[in-house]
Design a protein around this ligand. Sequence first.
Ligand SMILES: Cc1ncc(COP(=O)(O)O)c(C=O)c1O
Length: 397
Amino acid sequence: METELPTIFSAKRTSFVRTSVIREILKLTVENSNILSFAGGLPNPDLFPKDVFSSVMESVVRENISTAFQYGDSSGYEALRTQIAEKLTDVSWVSSRSITITHGSQQGLDILGKIFMDSDTNVLLEDPVYLGALQAFSPYHPNFFSVPMEPDGPNLYWLEEILSQNKIHVFYANPSYQNPSTYTWSLEKRIKIANLLDTKEIILIEDEAYRYLDFEGKVYPSVSSFRKRNDLTFVLGSFSKILSPGFRLGWVVVPDLYRNLFTAVKQGNDLNSNQFSQVVVSKLLKTMDFDVHLHSIQSFYKGQKESLVSLLGKYLPEVKFSLPEGGMFLWVEYPKGTSKELMEHCLKNGVAMVPGTEFSPASRSSSFFRMNFSFLTKDVMEIGVKRIADVYRDINT
Ligand SMILES: Cc1ncc(COP(=O)(O)O)c(C=O)c1O
């Protein structure tokens, strides 16, 4: 029986909590195995290096038991922080001390929301935006502003308009292979926007979750690496897409000034991130040829992307999308009909994708859908695209 009790007893901030349709769809696809899902954002399990995982885990249990099974440093396992500082970040001022390991980069978003956002804080988002960031920030009830995105980054006219008319405090951005649009900021926009943020004294929360998923192995310099105001620059990274989300490990590059505060807030969350995962990942980075591993992920996703692109061209030539340089998604415009209707009919016809409305900061209706290509095989993708094409034709005739 549903009661009013949760809303009577819960804190006010809970009324701002956003649910995730993606999680709901994932639940549906688990309950009903006939639904083919382009909705998730799951790395392909065939890319997990299972043999290396099992030998490294075994050696951690044998050789590192006293560290791996204990509480650890709230900022993270020192060896892993050093590896991240040396290999996986490009801001010049970084050292192991500026890295804090988090429970996935998602925890970093929550902690930064807690530190920087009040109900009168002006926060700028990309439109569309990563839904998990909206979920992390919404309970703090900031004033959200959003800048329209183009395939090469934010629309500069609108960005300058917003920044000149409002005192923006924080800009959250996902500049490489963005989730959901897969749009990637050009080098010119990275430099220009870094300068603009310096001039206007705006905190940048730069989400680099997909940094290493370029199909050709290119790595874009972070926007943060062009900033002079290091004290206003936070960079989030993640092992989820390059090793496995099961470890639940990410990191945040935290400027000196905020290091103690960040660690104290994290202690309130979880004391420290999963110590066993941290020791395992540190050993994995020492054991594996990481460049070869990244290359195998990049070329696999490139092939998957090409499959979905050619299937859409064959069965749904009327849909539109720009070709991504990397990542796991196509951001596809279905020009006719409403996305709600298309979504409902697709689910009934055994296929799922995520409607663009979910990624709109203002929940505006959208003719776009996010389609994931990392998970399904080409044959299964073909059945799924045919199902979508049937539904699309049905509701548009
Ligand atoms: C853009 C973006 N940022 C952050 C995350 C959180 O990832 P994790 O907590 O697994 O590091 C995701 C997950 O899909 C994402 O797409």
